[in-house]
Design a protein. Structure first.
Length: 165
């Protein structure tokens, strides 16, 4: 669906609907806006800025998806990448591949994010273990793990906010 069904409003960030929209159209538009908020060069001054966008992009998957938001030294987005796909309740995450991507993008920091298809964003023990392994691996190259966010239809959990990180 294109943005032809919308027309920019007079105030920045506002739009007028010029054609009827389906629920699917609205969801696709929202995901497009979320991707733009996480586009290259956008500055993330607080991880909470990214939470709702990440939630919107990942909450509807029927399988786990582990993604990384790569940031520069000023916490501007370099790239948002879905790195690993799993099953309904687990995803294999390989620290070597995350480190390799972070070095390729010359990232100074990362925000880790994955979804829980069950809807419950409570981190598992496995989530906590992989976060620690990633923090250690990336830390050896002076790449900071700012947060790990678990998203679900019931909300999100921030490792930084809850003290897990």
């Amino acid at each position: 669906m294109s943005n032809s069904k919308l027309k920019a409003g007079e105030v920045a960030g506002t739009y007028h609907v010029v054609e009827p929209l389906t629920e699917a159209d609205i969801i696709n538009l929202a995901k497009g806006f979320a991707r733009r908020k996480l586009a290259r060069g956008c500055k993330i001054t607080q991880p909470s800025q990214a939470f709702e966008h990440l939630r919107l992009l990942l909450q509807d998957y029927e399988h786990e998806v582990f993604s990384v938001l790569f940031l520069d030294t000023q916490h501007r987005v370099i790239r948002f990448e879905e790195m690993f796909r799993g099953t309904i309740d687990t995803s294999s995450v390989y620290p070597r591949e995350v480190l390799k991507a972070a070095l390729t993008y010359n990232a100074a920091a990362v925000i880790l994010v994955h979804n829980h298809p069950s809807g419950d964003p409570e981190p598992s023990d496995s989530d906590k273990r992989i976060t620690q392994r990633l923090k250690e691996a990336l830390g050896m190259m002076d790449i900071r793990v700012i947060d790990h966010v678990v998203v679900g239809s019931e909300g999100y959990t921030s490792f930084a906010e809850t003290g897990y990180l």
